[in-house]
Design a protein around this ligand. Structure first.
Ligand code: SF4
Length: 336
């Protein structure tokens, strides 16, 4: 298996808690290892321990399975994400599922791409949960080339850690440029938007690095097109998710009020798993996404009607300038 699933730590935890019914929760990319892990745990725990796999989609620590199976679960093992500090009905053990992918080749490639004429002296390094265990190695590689490296912790995130909905660890970094170590463009885009600094994406799975400027321009053009389309809307659906780490009910109420104050109609729609086909029955002109901020950006092309973020709604309503374009974040959860 490509990841270290820390099976012996899980077995120790089950023993400590005398837990009998265990739910394993994996993101899509790790589900192929789920059966093998479940069987390893069952083989190494008493006969009365039952290990279940949650086969539903899981995209982050915002989505915890503590309430599933009608309260029968004693312990959830949640892989590949770190705690957001949400209140839960049973203990949750977070296993980071650290990637073994090498960070040296993409970081050295990134450093080679720095133009000496840009006079870069300080670099911020930022990464996702699956590579955060290699942060010290990343810092040393960059320092060895003569740069000063800075990281800061964020709200509920570790120093150097970024989530798709939480960029607080980079907002106050006083650096000349950022190296983002990870594979997804989305996080690099957020880092760019929140810092306005040059960002290089160092991909440990490809072993190479690239400038994200072209992708950044492309996404901004797409967002601009969605905003223009939403400006013709007379009726808005405000989407909330019942996943506890994505629920922002008060934000949804405030947005409804705001839309109505501007003379338009608004309806709040609740979903658990959000997908384009669930919106088909509704005769609404545009949607505002208060659930996972990635949905409006990553899945944009899948929706027939414009799906915009709360900050984009402010641009549509004329209360935010396009120059102040910002990505959405979920820092305060209703479930905390
Ligand atoms: S809200 Fe979205 S970006 Fe944030 S943890 Fe959940 S899935 Fe990830």
């Amino acid at each position: 298996m490509e990841y270290d699933y820390k099976i012996s730590d899980i077995i120790t935890k089950i023993d400590e808690l005398d837990a009998k019914n265990i739910m394993l929760q994996f993101p899509e990319g790790l589900k192929m290892d789920a059966v093998e892990i479940a069987q390893q745990i069952e083989e190494n725990t008493p006969d009365d321990v039952n290990v279940l796999i949650d086969a539903d989609a899981c995209f982050g620590a915002c989505d915890l399975a503590d309430l599933k199976v009608n309260g029968h679960i004693d312990l959830v093992i949640h892989f590949a994400h770190t705690s957001l500090g949400l209140k839960t009905e049973c203990p949750i053990m977070f296993i980071e599922a650290s990637s073994n992918a090498e960070v040296k080749p993409p970081i050295l490639d990134a450093l080679e791409k720095i133009n000496p004429e840009d006079n870069i002296k300080t670099i911020g390094v930022i990464t996702t949960t699956q590579h955060i265990h290699k942060l010290d190695e990343m810092i040393k590689l960059i320092e060895d080339e003569g740069y000063t490296v800075k990281t800061t912790p964020g709200i509920t995130t570790k120093p150097g850690q970024v989530l798709g909905c939480n960029f607080t660890s980079i907002k106050n970094l006083d650096v000349d440029m950022i190296i983002y170590v990870g594979s997804g463009d989305f996080h690099a885009l957020g880092v760019k938007l929140f810092t306005k600094k040059p960002v290089l994406l160092a991909d440990p799975f490809k072993g190479t690095a690239r400038d994200i400027e072209e992708f950044y321009d492309k996404i901004l053009r797409i967002r601009f097109a969605r905003i223009i389309k939403a400006e013709n809307a007379k009726t808005f659906g405000i989407i909330i998710s019942s996943k506890k780490g994505q629920l922002r009910y008060n934000l949804a109420l405030n947005l409804k009020k705001l839309i109505e104050e501007h003379g338009f109609k608004a309806q709040i729609l609740n979903m658990d798993y959000i997908s384009p086909d669930r919106l088909l029955p509704f005769d609404l002109d545009a949607y505002v996404m208060t659930a996972c901020p990635r949905i409006a950006i990553d899945d944009s092309a899948m929706y027939k009607k414009p799906v915009i973020t709360p900050q984009e709604l402010e641009i549509v309503l004329g209360i935010r300038n396009w120059d102040d374009y910002m990505m959405d974040e979920i820092i305060i959860h209703d479930g905390q």
